[in-house]
Ligand binder design. Structure first.
Ligand code: HEC
Length: 150
């Protein structure tokens, strides 16, 4: 009776339960600390990262998203020349913002409003506005209406 009180015998099922719990926690704890507690935006997903709004320069965004159609220097290609004074959709800063956000889907340019943050779109617009009168080589012929230089 005395012996039993100092060295209590735990039932087998209790020991198994304890062992099982310890076993699970050895694997779960490191997992929880390293992977599970990160917010979703930190997981690798480029769309999520872009949506989360990591600000990028207009130049790097232009080269990555626009140069394929408008040329590395804005000289034009599939899309119009962005360095001259001729514009199809207007040359005011708000005209450019609208075209970049909404695109011209039936003419082959998709909108970027659902892909890039407003801030990043404004960064690109700033870069495009600075292309004005840079006279790149191989410039595409003017399209649209001529606007007085701003
Ligand atoms: C898949 C090709 C393509 C991509 C990519 C593209 N564009 Fe365009 N873009 C066009 C075409 C084609 C037009 C002319 C639409 C028309 O004829 O009305 C255009 C028109 C424009 C205009 C208006 C030009 C004018 O004369 O009024 C601007 C500004 C412009 N794009 C900026 C951008 C920017 C900034 C990006 C990158 C975020 C971009 N585009 C990406 C094809 C593209």
């Amino acid at each position: 009776m005395m012996l039993q009180e100092n060295n209590p015998v735990f039932p087998k099922w209790w020991i198994c339960l304890l062992g099982g719990t310890l076993l699970v926690s050895t694997f779960y704890l490191p997992y929880y600390l390293t992977l599970a507690v990160k917010p979703p935006s930190e997981k690798k997903n480029s769309v999520l990262v872009e949506k989360a709004g990591v600000p990028q320069t207009g130049e790097s965004l232009y080269r990555a998203k626009c140069a394929v159609c408008h040329g590395q220097l804005g000289e034009g290609g599939i899309g119009p020349n962005l360095t001259d004074n001729y514009w199809l959709h207007g040359n005011r800063p708000e005209d450019l913002l609208k075209v970049i956000r909404e695109g011209v889907p039936d003419q082959g340019m998709a909108g970027w409003a659902n892909i890039l943050t407003l801030q990043n779109i404004k960064n690109i617009r700033g870069f495009v506005l600075n292309l004005k009168s840079t006279n790149p080589p191989h410039a595409k012929a003017p399209q649209g209406k001529e606007y007085p230089a701003r």
